[in-house]
Design a protein around this ligand. Structure first.
Ligand SMILES: [Zn+2]
Length: 246
């Protein structure tokens, strides 16, 4: 579903168009904090970078990505869709076995901005149960689909024991552009202390081709590691020592 600021207009009446646009921006912009605090990275003086991958587990691209990361000795954070976790728990096992961190990305990947609280809670709880069934633990990290949020989304995530995690560098790899394009967009945004949004899966269907994201990942690590950047998981970046449950 594509986000359209005009959708808010039909919900909110009696406020100015500018306020509606601002409200829409604040509910979707990855680093905006108006609707509640979310983790978006560290100050730019940091030499840490966190690679994050959304919309998996995805057969076969997640396992191929694990190979790329293993080659570089890098650990990343995966925000998983619950219904895919149920389909491929063995891939989630592999992610954990390799020392990466998993996060909750809802059960079916809806835009939560306009969902009622019961539906929000259900989406988060179902993904949590899927993770529990697959690996015996749930995650304490949550990322809203499309970055869409409002105070209720963040509050419910916290009530379920999860910290909301956004990002500050966007890979724009949704539609699988060529790897050099993904790399160019990311390198333009990197300042240090960054949380990079990429995708190892696709929310519309299992099997989305992420080969370009894999190539871009390979090149980005090869470029930034020699410059002294350290690739870390989100809990590591948050300063939490436990690699799985921050
Ligand atoms: Zn997503």
């Amino acid at each position: 579903m594509q986000y359209n600021p005009c959708m808010l207009g039909s919900v909110i009446s009696g406020v100015s168009a500018a306020a509606v646009v601002t409200a829409g921006y604040q509910s979707m912009a990855p680093t905006a904090q108006w609707y509640g605090q979310t983790f978006t990275g560290l100050p730019h003086s940091s030499r840490q970078i966190a690679l994050t991958y959304d919309d998996g587990p995805n057969d076969p691209h997640t396992l191929r990505l694990l190979e790329v990361l293993a080659r570089h000795g890098v650990r990343a954070t995966f925000f998983l869709i619950g219904r895919y976790v149920q389909q491929h728990p063995e891939i989630v096992h592999e992610i954990i076995q390799a020392g990466h961190v998993v996060g909750n990305h809802t059960s079916t990947h809806p835009l939560l901005t306009f969902k009622n609280e019961i539906a929000i809670r259900q989406e988060l709880s179902e993904c949590r149960s899927a993770l529990q069934d697959a690996i015996g633990e749930h995650s304490s990290l949550f990322r809203p689909p499309f970055g869409g949020r409002r105070p209720a989304v963040l509050r419910i995530a916290r009530e379920l024991g999860m910290s909301p995690v956004m990002w500050n560098v966007t890979g724009y790899d949704w539609n699988a552009p060529p790897a050099p394009e993904i790399e160019r967009k990311i390198t333009k945004q990197i300042r240090g202390g960054d949380v990079i949004l990429l995708h190892d899966g696709g929310h519309k269907h299992m099997g989305a081709d992420r080969s370009q994201t894999l190539i871009a990942t390979d090149h980005l690590i090869a470029r930034y590691k020699p410059e002294g950047y350290k690739f870390v998981t989100i809990p590591q970046m948050m300063g939490k020592t436990d690699s799985f449950t921050p």
